[in-house]
Design a protein around this ligand. Structure first.
Ligand code: 13P
Ligand code: SF4
Length: 349
């Protein structure tokens, strides 16, 4: 583990999901319909497409789907943006997702409903710190998770998302390449155990997935012996050990659909339930517990930053063309290399 954690943000300084939800707009059916129709009109006028993550509010996911946009995991979000002919992309998720869209599509205007939507992994991995860390290991390639800033992607050799991380590290390991992995220590540990690659791990974590507790999950499983446990690999290794399937958000939705079990216990952000229920309407879905030993429940299984996206700020963004993602061109070009390598690698799988 690195010794640079004096740069670490304190969880206390992060927004609390409950506060974000309490201040978020709630619409009756008629108002929601009006807002969705307005968004449809604005998207046409502006020649724009919405790209949303599964963790955003179901209203956002609904309008993205209704208008030919995309709702997906972070790899598919990046791929979708790169294949659009529209002039504008509205990325509903967190900042690194908007930045990834801009890195890959410099000619497009990339807007976000809010630029305050951060990610604890991104915040806890500044480029200056990673650069200093990497100087200690000059013989290693830097592989960073997509949940990082454009500056961090610019100093990385590879960018990767959870859906293909194990495969990429296996590929590099076969070539005897030693690795610096940043920023998610839990995902890094999981990949390391799967591949046995030579990896030095950065020390940061996702405040949402870290809340799932193995002891409470085990108790829930005991009461639901027939349930399959689906876990996102940003969770702790104790939770991952209990999983039947470990995967990205898209892979967990697929598993929910395809596993024979009627019941699923799901250890990832509960925003995913909207799409999971649609994909597998006959399954019983249970949230993995965030209570148990050492529980703090800062986010209670829902990312505070994802929760900042709503129909109101989406309309405001479209109307005023505000919250544009801007990246210094020199940094963008460097970040393009490592990010585009991920897209190319994914194509070959
Ligand atoms: P996915 O790539 O699995 O969608 O994960 C993104 C993320 O931020 C999970 O917390
Ligand atoms: Fe970042 Fe975790 Fe939120 Fe995903 S769920 S955006 S990893 S803080």
């Amino acid at each position: 583990m690195n010794k640079l954690n004096n740069i670490k943000f304190n969880n206390e300084s992060f927004p609390k999901t409950i506060d974000i939800l309490n201040s978020s707009p709630v619409y009756d059916a008629k108002t929601k319909k009006y807002k969705i129709n307005l968004i449809k009109k604005l998207l046409k006028e502006k020649d724009a497409k919405i790209i949303a993550h599964y963790y955003t509010h179901e209203d956002i996911q609904e309008v993205a789907e209704l208008t030919g946009g995309k709702v997906s995991d972070s790899l598919e979000m990046a791929k979708f943006g790169a294949n659009q002919s529209s002039k504008m992309l509205i990325v509903a998720g967190v900042r690194f997702m908007g930045e990834t869209a801009k890195i890959l599509n410099p000619e497009k205007k990339v807007l976000m409903p809010t630029l305050d939507a951060e990610c604890s992994l991104d915040l806890n991995c500044p480029a200056s710190g990673l650069l200093e860390f990497s100087k200690k290991y000059p013989d290693r390639e830097i592989v960073v998770y997509a949940n990082t800033s454009a500056e961090v992607k610019a100093i990385a050799d590879w960018v990767v998302t959870s859906s293909i991380a194990v495969k990429l590290i296996q590929y590099l390991n076969k070539k005897n390449i030693k690795i610096i992995w940043a920023p998610d220590k839990h995902l890094g540990k999981y990949i390391n155990e799967k591949t046995n690659a030579n990896m030095k791990l950065w020390d940061a974590s996702c405040i949402v997935h870290e809340e799932f507790k193995a002891d409470a999950l085990l108790k829930l499983k005991e009461k639901n012996k027939d349930a399959a446990i689906l876990v996102h690999p940003e969770s702790s290794s104790e939770v991952i050990k209990l999983a039947d399937v470990v995967g990205s958000t898209s892979q967990l939705i697929e598993a929910c659909k395809n596993l024979p079990n009627k019941k699923m216990i799901v250890a990832t952000d509960n925003g995913i339930f909207y799409k999971m229920k649609k994909a597998a309407p006959n399954k019983i879905l249970l949230e993995a517990p965030t209570g148990g030993k050492g529980a703090t429940c800062i986010s209670c299984a829902h990312c505070p930053w994802m929760a900042m996206n709503n129909l109101d700020n989406l309309i405001e963004t479209l109307t005023q063309e505000k919250n544009e993602i801007k990246i210094n061109e020199e940094i963008r070009k460097k970040a393009f290399v490592s990010t585009n390598k991920m897209i190319d690698f994914a194509k070959k799988l």
